[in-house]
Design a protein around this ligand. Structure first.
Ligand SMILES: Cc1cc2nc3c(=O)[nH]c(=O)nc-3n(C[C@H](O)[C@H](O)[C@H](O)COP(=O)(O)OP(=O)(O)OC[C@H]3O[C@@H](n4cnc5c(N)ncnc54)[C@H](O)[C@@H]3O)c2cc1C
Length: 518
């Protein structure tokens, strides 16, 4: 009896073990087949999972959404949040392994007028002053309708960011502006990382999917409306994604040597401050659909770029009081005139490079310098003598230059170069610092022609139905010279507008459909 039950138990155990092993082998087989079949897709998914930020898995992507947003940029994410808040179902497609684009690199801040944060500091500003100064900076060539919409909605953009957890309550100034209207995070840190983190948080809170490592290679028109994109993921067949409207927010082309050389051969050997995905994809795709690209040869050269790796030394450093000196230790330009003029002055120097000089006060007020220091770009000394041992500048002359500058700050008059802004603080607090800089490609003012509704216009100046664009890929707002701080403001003002307008369009289409049915 005992023997019988032992045999019975053994048989059951063996059956269970066999069953489990069989299932395990089968599962393994299935996994292997899937692994081979979906190797590329999985690789992308694993890459996505390993990122600090968890992105949507390719397998979770649906075939259809209300609004397709191309580019997980500042403009793209602002658009997605607005579209979602208007009750739609948006998706964001990003070609790089992470969201952020050039927005993540932005450093100095975001311009806006008549904000609650300016008011709190007693700064009297007006939208008209912001308009006029921007227009003067662009030599009157800015698209005036876009500019009017932009300044009038800048304070609301600051409020909207604040409501979404991104508080920009620390004010500074950039070249070409007469008021402190450049808004930064409270502790004065670089704006880009802070914004991208905040926008991603707001996107995730709303469960908006973001697919990364997915390049949009074509925008498709069906029945006269743009409502589809073709996506290419490495190792996979191209995939079509259908929507009811498409917002393109793919940024500029400052990292495309080919496009730069085509429009400005004189700049072909310049370093660029842009992220490597800034290759003008959206501009090219929209042109193929009949959109117009304007001002393409208007490329902004930033005067203060560290040349080894094209790292921008943000305008905030001058905005907080730094001066520029040539290799003889002399100032040679109003450091806070517009970027084109400062760049031209540097290029006229025999060495075509210069030094930013500042003290501990500037160092403390412009937190972006922490990053430059970590990269090894900042030379320092407890006094001017110690500083010049590390950089190739004549001690006596640099000494004289700093003393003269401090007198100008005290008298509030810069007799040499007529600088009138960023003169609240002298350079008298040791340690002293220097960063060697020269101009580099920084921003592409030209791009796709849009109207104030962020609709893309065709060559007859009519909207291309279903197609919206916002951010650096759009042209016109800045004319031939962009003011520092105006691009981050542009991506929020017009990114929001693109999301709202696309939502209205999709709803109106739905309404028309419903009316036709009943
Ligand atoms: C170093 C640096 C500092 C700056 N500092 C400031 C500043 O302080 N203040 C200011 O106002 N401006 C600043 N700017 C300019 C400003 O940051 C940018 O102009 C702005 O952030 C651009 O935002 P965007 O949303 O239009 O595009 P981006 O932020 O560049 O994003 C575009 C996104 O689209 C993606 N993409 C491109 N093509 C495709 C495709 N085919 N398919 C899918 N995805 C695609 C890109 O990978 C990228 O993620 C700075 C720029 C740089 C480079």
């Amino acid at each position: 009896m005992k023997k019988k039950s032992f045999l019975h138990v053994s048989l059951v155990v063996c059956t269970v073990i066999f069953g489990i092993s069989y299932r395990a082998i089968e599962k393994n087989k299935r996994l292997k087949t899937n692994e081979i079949k979906e190797d590329s897709a999985k690789k992308i998914e694993v890459e996505s999972r390993t990122l600090e930020q968890v992105y949507t898995q390719f397998s979770d992507l649906k075939d259809q959404y209300d609004v397709i947003i191309v580019g997980a940029s500042g403009a793209g994410m602002a658009a997605a949040i607005e579209a979602k808040d208007a009750g739609l179902n948006p998706v964001i497609i990003e070609k790089m392994p992470a969201a952020g684009g050039n927005t993540a690199k932005s450093s100095s801040g975001m311009n806006a007028s008549t904000t609650k944060f300016q008011e709190a500091e007693g700064i009297e500003d007006s939208n008209d002053a912001f308009y006029e100064e921007t227009l003067a900076g662009g030599y009157g060539t800015n698209d005036k309708e876009l500019l009017r919409y932009f300044v009038d909605h800048s304070a609301a953009a600051i409020d909207w960011l604040d409501e979404n957890g991104m508080t920009l309550d620390n004010l500074t100034i950039t070249g070409g502006m007469n008021q402190k209207r450049t808004h930064r995070p409270s502790e004065g840190s670089a704006i880009g990382g802070y914004l991208v983190k905040g926008l991603l948080k707001a996107v995730h809170k709303r469960n908006i999917p973001i697919l990364v490592n997915a390049r949009v290679i074509r925008l498709n028109k069906n029945g006269g409306k743009v409502n589809e994109v073709t996506i290419k993921i490495k190792g996979l067949e191209p995939k079509m994604l259908t929507g009811k409207a498409v917002i393109v927010a793919t940024g500029g082309f400052g990292a495309s040597k080919e496009m730069i050389e085509a429009v400005r051969p004189d700049l072909k050997d310049y370093v660029t401050t842009n992220h490597k995905g800034s290759t003008g994809d959206g501009i090219k795709m929209i042109e193929k659909l009949g959109g117009q690209a304007i001002d393409m040869d208007q490329i902004q050269i930033h005067p203060t770029v560290q040349q080894d790796k094209g790292i921008l030394i943000g305008e905030v450093v001058r905005g907080e009081g730094a001066i520029l000196v040539n290799h003889k230790g002399n100032r040679f330009v109003n450091e806070l005139t517009t970027r084109d003029k400062v760049s031209a002055a540097i290029n006229e120097l025999p060495e075509k490079s210069a030094y930013l000089i500042f003290d501990q006060g500037v160092r403390d007020r412009a937190k972006a310098i922490d990053f430059y220091e970590k990269k090894g770009y900042v030379s320092s000394g407890k006094d001017i003598e110690e500083l010049v041992e590390k950089v190739n500048l004549p001690s006596n002359q640099l000494h004289t230059t700093v003393i003269t500058w401090n007198q100008s700050v005290a008298n509030k008059i810069d007799k040499e170069f007529n600088r009138t802004t960023a003169m609240e603080n002298d350079l008298a607090k040791p340690n002293y610092y220097a960063i060697k800089i020269a101009p580099g490609i920084h921003y592409t003012m030209g791009g796709i022609k849009v109207n104030t509704q962020a609709e893309v216009l065709n060559k007859e100046h009519q909207p291309i139905e279903g197609l919206y664009a916002a951010g650096e890929l759009a042209g016109g707002l800045h004319g031939t010279n962009r003011i520092g701080g105006n691009s981050v403001a542009e991506i929020i003002v017009f990114g929001r507008q693109a999301g709202q307008q696309a939502a209205e369009y999709v709803k109106s289409q739905q309404h028309e459909l419903n009316s036709a049915v009943y």
